[in-house]
Design a protein around this ligand. Structure first.
Ligand code: ZN
Length: 139
């Protein structure tokens, strides 16, 4: 009999741009779900933030920031989207490159990661409350 479990993580970053390791919260949701074999979807519910999987290494995170700033620098005047009165066009672009969601297999009740894989929330227009959806299906 297939089960399903839904959880929402709330985040409010201090910086405009920040990467947060949310693996412990997702692991907690997997335990709460009671699901031993299945799939775990984790997605940002906002179009200026991301969920992605990579290494928990601070140098790499600074590399991501620098790379993203090169691709889509924060600039009030550079983008058509900002003509609407917003200033977050860069955040929409960064979100698209870093991705909306990840899916991780659950095996024997645990997230079945490859070596060094961790789940991150990527914030690109923060300092306000945002949500991440965790949806787990399986048995
Ligand atoms: Zn916008």
């Amino acid at each position: 009999m297939m089960k399903s479990f839904t959880d929402y993580l709330w985040l409010n970053t201090k910086q405009r741009q920040e990467f947060i390791n949310i693996t412990p919260q997702v692991e907690e949701a997997v335990v709460k779900s009671g699901i031993k074999e299945g799939l775990c979807l984790v997605n940002a519910m906002h179009i200026t933030s991301s969920v992605f999987i990579n290494d928990d290494e601070s140098g790499l995170h600074r590399d991501f920031s620098k790379w993203l700033e090169g691709l889509a620098p924060y600039d009030r005047d550079k983008y058509q989207h900002n003509l609407t009165g917003e200033d977050n066009a860069d955040a929409h672009l960064k979100r698209t490159i870093m991705g909306r969601e990840v899916v991780v297999a659950i095996t024997k009740g645990k997230l079945d990661f490859g070596p060094w894989e961790q789940i991150f929330y990527g914030e690109f227009d923060g300092q306000r409350k945002k949500r991440v959806l965790v949806k787990i299906i399986g048995e």
